[in-house]
Design a protein around this ligand. Structure first.
Ligand SMILES: Cc1cc2nc3c(=O)[nH]c(=O)nc-3n(C[C@H](O)[C@H](O)[C@H](O)COP(=O)(O)OP(=O)(O)OC[C@H]3O[C@@H](n4cnc5c(N)ncnc54)[C@H](O)[C@@H]3O)c2cc1C
Length: 531
């Protein structure tokens, strides 16, 4: 008998376990896979070559979580990229995105002097909006239908908004309601400048830059920081698995038990209360509370008996929108890509940047429409990261590993085709490699081995329904008090004693640790009566 049984040992389950154990509760984490970490995992995918399997770059991880769990003492080291982004364009042109205002303006001025002048105002406005979001991510959203505490929470947030200038309120409203393309249009004129910023708006979203709601996704990718530097993205030495291994050690040190290879088959409900879980093996693990690190759609569809929830509410949970439309590859490389636009195979700052192939908004729109019609595009959006440039532990000397994160593949294929079909998967993987090779001619021939994950693979390996990297789209109807479902944004699910502690809860996806930490706070409140 435990105080809390956690279904899933993803980074949020581990974070929740650590906080709950530190509060003196007895906790067991039950993970279906042989290694904890969920979508934040490192593995050897080709002899001698290791890389992050799914998530691959860090910024959103909350500094409070790093501090509270002493992740540094448990071996976590995060380093900044030498430059933020590099966007190869055709005919040898590229948009290099360094750090520092003057350097950024100089790079933008190569495309538009007007945009370079405009950029500091845009950057400052986005920073202020990101600061508001950063505050909100740490709070339990006011719950619709809740009590006086929720009214107070709502008033507190209202006061925070009213503290902003009217101009900032306008920007924030734009970000919460518009498409990324509509948001960026009044700011910038150059198509490449707009494309680089719009890219953040479609990451993990099966949506075009012109789709309403993508401006919020853009903002969501800006609230993070690395080593105290806001908006910067970095690399966890050893890959994303280094984060979750440090979290697992922190949870165990605080007293949590982590069990691996134990898939949960169902939540056990007695007298309308969650009292534990049944494992696939038939073993029952009893607990005073159950916290689900799995996504809400999977939780209700697969692990909860329909009769235990009011039917319309059950349907709401099982119809949460999922399907981020992403495809993930790792490649082992004999040498670094030699870009036509920046020749040389010796490590350069651009090799350590997020290399984005999405040169215009029109390119991204086309990739989305192609994927809607045909399942995937012959000109997909690819972000490539080469972490071995920053981290020698990942590949043999002078050789490299690259993560390829591809946007806009349909979560399910139609017309008799399926991601189950290896040939379909490998055909698209070849298209991805050709897409990079167009900009770096030595890329295809430098590949020594590859790992390919379709949306279906992401679902089978990690339980990400429809391959959704966020456990449910970050669309306006699934954010804040509406995440996962209106009336259940306070991490408490419609069965007493059942909580949600993963990315399907506020503030959503990304390696943040925040749903886990926020949920743990609510569970402690209920089990220990702490206010
Ligand atoms: C391809 C890809 C790229 C991404 N890139 C980035 C990135 O670069 N940076 C970033 O910040 N975020 C990124 N993300 C998003 C981020 O990785 C996720 O939002 C986050 O890791 C989710 O963490 P979680 O703990 O909420 O859930 P998960 O990591 O999904 O953990 C859930 C856990 O539950 C387990 N589980 C499932 N079913 C059962 C069961 N029946 N019984 C027991 N256990 C079960 C799973 O095995 C898993 O370990 C990416 C995600 C993907 C998929």
């Amino acid at each position: 008998m435990y105080d809390v049984a956690i279904i899933g040992g993803g980074h949020n389950g581990l974070t929740a376990a650590a906080y709950l154990s530190r509060a003196g509760l007895s906790v067991v984490v039950l993970e279906k896979n042989a290694v904890a970490g969920g979508a934040a995992l490192t593995e050897e995918f080709h002899p001698g070559f290791r890389n992050s399997v799914a998530s691959y770059t860090v910024s959103l991880l909350d500094p409070g979580v790093i501090r509270d769990l002493h992740l540094d003492d448990h071996g976590l080291k995060i380093i900044e990229r030498p430059a933020a982004n590099f966007m190869p364009i055709d005919r040898g042109k590229a948009f290099f995105w360094p750090y520092g205002m003057a350097a950024k303006q100089a790079e933008i001025a190569k495309f538009s002097v007007r945009d370079a002048e405009q950029y500091p105002r845009y950057d400052a406005a986005l920073d202020r909006a990101a600061a508001v979001l950063r505050d909100l991510t740490k709070k339990t959203p006011p719950n619709a239908g809740g009590g006086w505490l929720d009214v107070l929470k709502g008033a507190g947030i209202g006061r925070r908004m009213l503290g902003l200038s009217l101009d900032d309120q306008r920007v924030l409203t734009d970000l919460f309601t518009k498409s990324a393309a509509d948001f960026l249009d009044p700011w910038f004129e150059n198509e490449h400048v707009k494309a680089l910023f719009a890219f953040d708006g479609i990451v993990g979203s099966f949506a075009a830059p012109s789709t309403s709601g993508t401006a919020y996704v853009l903002l969501h990718h800006c609230f993070g920081e690395v080593n105290g530097k806001p908006g910067v993205w970095g690399h966890a030495v050893g890959g994303m698995g280094a984060i979750t291994q440090a979290m697992a050690r922190a949870a165990e040190k605080a007293g949590a038990e982590i069990r691996l290879d134990v898939p949960v088959a169902r939540v056990v409900v007695e007298n309308a209360r969650a009292v534990g879980v049944e494992l696939k093996s038939g073993e029952i693990v009893r607990a005073r509370a159950v916290a689900a690190n799995v996504g809400p759609k999977l939780l209700f569809r697969d692990l909860i008996d329909e009769k235990d929830v009011d039917p319309p509410l059950y349907r709401r949970f099982t119809n949460i929108k999922t399907g981020s439309g992403t495809f993930r590859m790792n490649v082992a490389l004999s040498e670094l890509p030699n870009f036509t636009s920046r020749p040389g195979s010796k490590p350069g700052a651009h090799h350590g940047a997020g290399i984005v192939i999405a040169p215009t908004i029109a390119y991204m729109e086309r990739a989305y429409l192609d994927a809607k019609r045909d399942g995937w595009s012959h000109e997909p959006i690819v972000e490539m990261l080469i972490p071995s440039v920053l981290d020698e532990s990942l590949a043999p000397k002078s050789q490299h590993v690259a993560s390829l994160f591809v946007q806009h593949v349909a979560p399910k294929l139609t017309g008799g085709r399926s991601w189950d079909d290896e040939r379909e998967k490998e055909r698209f993987a070849d298209v991805v490699i050709e897409t990079v090779t167009k900009h770096a001619p030595n890329f295809r021939s430098s590949i020594l081995g590859r790992q390919v994950l379709s949306p279906l693979d992401l679902e089978m390996r990690f339980g990400l329904v429809d391959g959704d990297i966020f456990h449910g789209q970050l669309s306006l109807d699934q954010l804040f008090s509406m995440r996962p479902v209106l009336g259940h944004a306070d991490y408490r699910m419609p069965i007493s004693g059942l909580y949600l502690c993963g990315s399907g809860a506020h503030p959503g996806g990304g390696v943040t640790g925040l749903p886990g930490r926020n949920a743990a706070r609510e569970i402690v409140r209920d089990l220990k009566g702490w206010f």
